[in-house]
Design a protein. Structure first.
Length: 534
């Protein structure tokens, strides 16, 4: 891993950006200050700040008794719930490093995490809609030599039951703020997500900047709708920002609008975060249901660009201010401000949340420009991925700027508008998907001679996955290819939405597949030799 140079460390500490506090110490401080105030709500279960802090200590004691220690990597794959937050903080307390797996990840990704980081433990739910994670655990345990413990929340079968690990609380020294707090995930272009090392000091600064821009305080109530392990609902400002402010976190079991509308009214939710496809669903539901959302002050929308037409509907239908968010788990976060003019909020994705964020925009020739490729550097933007020297050489400049892979334009007020991706990566509903990864799996099917995957713009999801396939003889059914991908352990959100069977691929002047022409073929109804199937 490439760290910050000493000069940058001194500068960020002198500016007050980085402190000596860890995530666990932050919770301890908040528990001492707020005590009996409700911190978490999930269904009929609540946790006060003091209760949360005590249960984190109790779980940390049980995990330590298994031998999990500072510096250990642990794959954490739990759905939204209080158990996720308690487990996450317990690992923080030990100095262990949770890898923030999502419920949708399957064997291919999980095995990659374990192998790459040498994970010693896997923590998951027993069953979550669509998956029995105990079956995944059995495969992982047989294939990952580093894995020593499998811990299951719920019916643990032959594994370790999470709820039995809570022991008499034992206080222990907090890890240094300079240590790695957790690994977030990058979509990447090479298949299994890259591991993003986030340190306590810089990640807490990320949180603090976001909550200040959002105006959160102890009276704020945040509804968690997106998968909580994501950088966006976890730390922008998300769960951690709400706890840092002394507010309340409400965890929604599903993102369905009617259920979430009920939670907003019941708990007087003031802020929540969505990706554009969910925002569209909420807007349509609100137009029909006319729910009571009087408490809702701010709706954050990020993960992909929200169409201006949808952005204009937020205030009339939901009665709150829209905040567009553009960022990445590697660091840089941009937000529109609640008091920005409507034109800025509707048409841009905002500006950086820290005064010390640095951005460069370069044209295709590498010259400074107002529109082009975005590079970023700053107090909470990483300087390198975990154990990926070749990727780091491609993704970071010699002076520490991260090549985001996004194309943006910068207006005269300093706000960015996202124009698309430069890398061969597809953004489907906020999830970054590697075309190369899915192509590799499809090439393993005997009926597939060659394949190329491209993204097709979609008004709801941002992009859909479209697989162009050259078949060996008769074209297979799309359902057969999707089942083949599922059997390889590919996550459901990575399955192509559309298959198009062709006799040959268009080529560029240097003999490479011309993906631009493939995208154009999808947009016309008269492309030659194309047989499409949804």
């Amino acid at each position: 891993m490439t760290g910050w140079p000493e000069e940058a460390v001194r500068r960020h500490r002198a500016a007050g950006h980085w402190g000596e506090e860890s995530f666990g110490a932050m919770l301890r401080r908040q528990a001492a200050e707020h005590g009996s105030r409700i911190a978490l709500i999930a269904g009929n279960t609540t946790r006060s700040y003091a209760e949360l802090d005590q249960r984190v200590d109790a779980l940390a004691a049980g995990l330590a008794a298994l031998g999990i220690a500072a510096g250990d990597a642990v794959v954490l794959q739990l759905p939204n719930g209080i158990t996720f937050i308690e487990t996450c903080f317990a690992l923080f307390r030990l100095g262990a490093r949770p890898i923030m797996a999502l419920p949708a990840h399957r064997l291919n990704e999980l095995r990659g995490f374990c192998d790459h980081a040498g994970a010693v433990a896997y923590i998951a739910a027993d069953i979550h809609p669509g998956c029995d994670y105990r079956d995944l655990a059995r495969l992982l345990r047989s294939q990952c030599t580093s894995l020593q413990h499998v811990i299951i929340a719920g019916d643990a079968a032959e594994f370790i039951a999470l709820d039995r690990l809570y022991q008499a609380p034992m206080r222990r020294p907090e890890p240094s703020a300079r240590e790695i707090a957790c690994f977030q995930l990058s979509g990447g272009t090479t298949g299994v997500p890259k591991l993003i090392p986030r340190h306590h000091d810089e990640y807490l600064y990320n949180v603090r900047c976001c909550l200040e821009v959002c105006g959160m305080d102890a009276e704020s109530t945040y509804l968690v709708v997106l998968p909580v392990a994501h950088n966006f609902p976890l730390c922008c400002p998300g769960v951690m920002g709400t706890l840092m402010a002394g507010g309340r976190v409400v965890l929604a079991p599903t993102p369905q609008p009617v259920e979430c509308f009920t939670l907003i009214a019941q708990h007087e939710v003031t802020i929540t975060a969505l990706v554009p496809p969910l925002a569209m669903l909420w807007l349509d539901a609100a137009a029909k249901e006319r729910p009571n959302l009087a408490s809702l002050r701010l709706l954050q929308v990020g993960g992909a660009r929200l169409a201006a037409e949808a952005a204009r509907r937020v205030r009339p239908l939901l009665g709150c201010q829209l905040q567009q968010v553009f960022g990445m788990a590697e660091g840089l976060i941009c937000m529109t401000r609640p008091d920005d003019p409507d034109a800025v909020i509707v048409n841009t994705q905002g500006r950086p949340v820290s005064p010390d964020d640095e951005i460069r925009i370069l044209d295709d020739a590498g010259r400074p420009a107002r529109s082009g490729l975005l590079l970023a550097r700053g107090p909470y933007t990483i300087r390198g991925y975990w154990r990926r020297p070749e990727e780091n050489a491609r993704s970071f400049t010699d002076d520490g700027f991260y090549r985001t892979g996004d194309r943006v334009s910068l207006d005269e007020t300093g706000n960015l508008t996202v124009e698309g991706r430069d890398k061969d990566q597809i953004n489907r509903g906020g999830e970054k998907i590697s075309a190369e990864e899915i192509e590799g799996f499809l090439l393993g099917h005997p009926a597939v001679l060659d394949v190329a995957i491209v993204g097709l713009p979609d008004p709801v999801l941002g992009e859909r996955l479209c697989a162009f396939v050259i078949p060996r003889g008769q074209a297979p059914k799309p359902a057969v290819l999707r089942e083949h991908l599922r059997a390889q352990g590919v996550a459901a959100f990575k399955l192509p939405d559309r298959f198009t069977f062709v006799d040959a691929f268009p080529q560029t002047g240097v003999g490479k597949i011309n993906r631009k022409d493939l995208r154009e073929a999808l947009r016309t109804t008269h492309a030659p030799a194309v047989r499409a199937a949804e």
